[in-house]
Design a protein around this ligand. Structure first.
Ligand code: ZN
Length: 447
């Protein structure tokens, strides 16, 4: 009997009110194990461009990669379709599930390229359909079938370069919507014991626990880290006071900056794309209502607004210290112009790298040469007068004083509580993986 390799992509099964595509993947792992398939990778959780306007909550797609006997292929596909139909929020406007099956031990480079474009930009369903046809992949789509895009992208992103792992524990359905019973002290202890090999467990500025989501979804908690062993060890340290229905470890592009793509000139920036671009600060930042910071950068091709919103914490506090003439690299998603708010195209900052600081110069009246008191101006270009000794100095000029900058060169990143799934946190700098040698640990899911 021939052994076949099958890649199963899933996307857009959830809605803001229920469900989670990762949960469907977890259920499928359990079901497929019963038909004795062999998993050749952890389930892949692939976050796509977070700036697409029609995204589902986290814009995450899933891929299961398995080996199986040829005669069980149909049973596997039926299981997948049945589970997606049963567990997706199909009644919800904007939930457009998709499933893609691709058979083959190598993923064609065209599908890998399509995945890159789905993570860093905007793709069309027509592009996905062309690839499906050309490579004889099978697809099932519901409603608008837009989920087929993410499903194919999840198959195409094989995480050959940098990647991380996430351990996700799920709740029993009777607890959905209730407060999550996780001991915050155990989260802080776990962080102390496993950092820097786990990340974004809690926000040190606010002490807020970040491993538990807020919504009605089935996730109890998720722990991100550098290896399957460390996220499993970390999860075992979490004290919970409600039953865990199941858990599973995903391999993912979380925390890798996979979405950000360098752009050479400001004039090339397009709405909805996550970009990295350099420019000179064109004027001093403005603080707008809500304590958000807006500044402009320029290059020889144009000018663009950058926004650091109040919840970005440390990033906002750095941005407000910029001055005209600073040279920076900005990282973030591009918002189109918004007419009702009269806002131009804007980069919403995720990161800011300060490359060069302009001198901060203030001009002061000179001191009296006789009595050292600060002189008073007699009007523009009319010189100065001393209030103490009465002397006049028509030829003296203001003196330039160079002040110390409060900002240092270097990278500033959105505070963990406001980071996107894809944002590479500071703690991961220097830990990037160059290759993916997949080692399956003995137990990576339950039950
Ligand atoms: Zn004087």
């Amino acid at each position: 009997m021939a052994i076949k390799t099958l890649h199963i992509g899933l996307d857009d099964t959830d809605s803001p009110r229920m469900g989670c595509t990762t949960y469907i993947a977890a259920l499928l792992v359990e079901k497929l194990r019963k038909i004795s398939v062999q998993f050749i990778d952890y389930p892949n959780l692939i976050r796509l461009n977070p700036n697409v306007p029609w995204k589902t909550r986290g814009n995450g797609a899933l891929c299961l990669r398995i080996k199986c006997e040829e005669n069980s292929l149909e049973e596997i596909k039926e299981n997948v379709i049945e589970t997606v139909e049963e567990k997706s929020d199909l009644e919800h406007e904007g939930t457009d599930p998709g499933i893609v099956f691709f058979q083959g031990s190598r993923i064609p480079k065209e599908i890998r390229k399509f995945a890159r474009e789905t993570i860093t930009g905007i793709v069309k369903i027509g592009d996905a359909l062309k690839l499906l046809k050309h490579f004889k992949a099978e697809a099932v789509g519901y409603r608008t079938a837009r989920g087929i895009i993410g499903s194919l992208a999840a198959i195409g992103e094989t995480l050959r370069g940098d990647h991380t792992f996430e351990f996700i524990a799920y709740r029993k359905s009777e607890n959905y919507g209730k407060k999550r019973q996780v001991d915050p002290k155990s989260v802080i202890e776990m962080d102390r014991a496993t950092a820097p090999y786990t990340f974004n467990n809690f926000d040190k500025e606010t002490n807020r626990i970040l491993i538990t989501p807020r919504g009605p979804d089935p996730i109890l908690f998720g722990i991100r880290g550098e290896s399957p062993e460390i996220v499993k060890k970390a999860a075992e340290m979490i004290r919970v006071f409600e039953p865990v229905e199941r858990w599973i470890i995903f391999r993912t592009n979380h925390g890798t900056d996979a979405h950000l793509k360098p752009v050479q000139r400001l004039s090339e920036i397009e709405p909805y794309h996550p970009v990295i671009v350099r420019g000179e600060v064109a004027e001093n930042p403005k603080i707008i209502p809500g304590s958000h910071v807006i500044f402009k950068i320029k290059d020889e091709s144009g000018v663009i607004d950058c926004a650091a919103y109040e919840p970005t914490g440390t990033l906002r506090d750095a941005a407000v210290q910029l001055i005209k003439g600073d040279y920076v690299e900005v990282y973030g998603g591009v918002k189109p112009p918004s007419l009702p708010l009269n806002r131009p195209i804007t980069i919403n900052l995720e990161k800011l790298r300060v490359l060069r600081l302009a001198p901060l110069i203030v001009y002061q009246n000179p001191l009296c040469p006789k009595c050292r008191k600060r002189l008073k101006s007699m009007g523009k270009d009319k010189g100065f007068r001393c209030e103490k000794c009465g002397s006049r100095f028509p030829n003296l000029k203001k003196v330039a004083l160079k002040l110390e900058r409060k900002l240092s060169k270097g990278i500033y990143i959105v505070s963990p509580r406001s980071q996107r799934h894809l944002t590479k946190p500071l703690i991961r700098y220097g830990m990037e993986k160059k290759a993916s040698l997949i080692r399956m640990i003995p137990q990576w899911s339950f039950p």
